[in-house]
Design a protein around this ligand. Structure first.
Ligand code: PH2
Ligand code: MG
Ligand code: MG
Length: 177
């Protein structure tokens, strides 16, 4: 069974490769959960940096929840959570304490200079696709109508490539270890 994203479903991709990466992801998920209901979090995966060559490995995760966010509200929320983690932007693609990207907002499509939803290139990024399959395995790409399972098969996403740093769901658990 495949399902079109509910109009209220907001999906964010989190990535960090500077400082205490896990703490930054945990805080990012916690802040998203302050705004969203019925929050689901993927496992946390350690992934090699794509693009910028000489960078530390990333931790990546996906967070989905229900809410009535407009595209601009979702972007502002993502930016405020990045700023709370001390995100600096010395140059494009620089290592970051926390990157929060708006992946999907229901079936909304946005194509503006500073904001595209769905997030561009998510289909070719396994560090997005692998955690996305944890939280929305049955989803259909709102842009193409193609199921996530088919996109995953075509792209060859392989979750066994990435070490799991936190099990699915535990990023949001209150337990501090
Ligand atoms: N984000 C990028 C560029 N490259 N590589 C990994 N592994 N994980 C990321 O989150 C990531 C990246 C730009 O945002
Ligand atoms: Mg970003
Ligand atoms: Mg990004």
């Amino acid at each position: 069974v495949t399902t079109v994203l509910s109009p209220r479903t907001a999906v964010f991709a989190l990535g960090a490769n500077l400082g205490d990466r896990l703490a930054a992801l945990r805080e990012g998920a916690r802040l998203l959960a302050e705004t969203l209901e019925d929050v689901r979090v993927s496992a946390v995966y350690e992934t090699p940096p794509e693009g910028g060559a000489d960078q530390p490995d990333y931790l990546n995760a996906v967070v989905a929840g229900e809410g009535d966010l407009s595209p601009r509200t979702a972007l502002a929320l993502a930016r405020s959570i990045e700023a709370a983690q001390g995100r600096e932007r010395p140059f494009a693609g620089a290592p970051r304490t926390l990157d929060v990207d708006v992946l999907f907002l229901g079936h909304v499509l946005v194509d503006e200079a500073d904001l595209r939803i769905p997030h561009p290139r998510w289909q070719v990024r396994d560090f997005v696709g692998v955690p996305l399959m944890d939280v929305l395995p049955d989803m259909v790409d709102p842009e193409s109508g193609v199921s996530l399972a088919t996109i995953a098969r075509r792209a060859g996403w392989d979750s066994s490539r990435f070490p799991v740093v936190e099990a699915r769901g535990s990023l949001l658990s209150l337990e501090v270890r």
